[in-house]
Design a protein around this ligand. Sequence first.
Ligand SMILES: [Fe+2]
Length: 170
Amino acid sequence: MTGFNLDDFILQLRAAAGESEPVQKVRFQDTQAISRAMPEFENDDEVLFEDDSVSIWFVRFMPGLHVPPHDHQTTATIGVYEGAEDNHFYLREGGQLVHKSTRRVEPGDVIALKPDGIHSVEAANGKQSCGIHVYLARLTTIERSLFDWETGEAAPFSDDNYDRMKRMTA
Ligand SMILES: [Fe+2]
């Protein structure tokens, strides 16, 4: 039986973040153990650890909310341990935001986005998803963008812009 300890997991992620092929190597092998061990967070976003080189977040997506297209300006690695995330990927082409692909990230899956990668995210199957997102920088201090769903025009990633651009789907 595989145990899971959040402090150890954070240490592993921090170590992986310093390597050339980073965080994807840290596997979410026993997602049920992770699920059992993770605290019940009140907020949908919680910073588990942050320094200048890495940010480790708990991220929950609730059904009915589609998080608007955005970038991270740093490599983002997403692992899911409960539910599933639908990640939609876009490129800005000719004054439009063009949907290129969608990836359903399920328990145990880990994906990585490049710093200029644009995605929107929603919980899959009408159920909440819980994951751990790892960014190779101090995310809270990064100036990053939200992108208009139609034109792809960039806007600062602020709470006001987020609320204006989010889509309620339920
Ligand atoms: Fe994101």
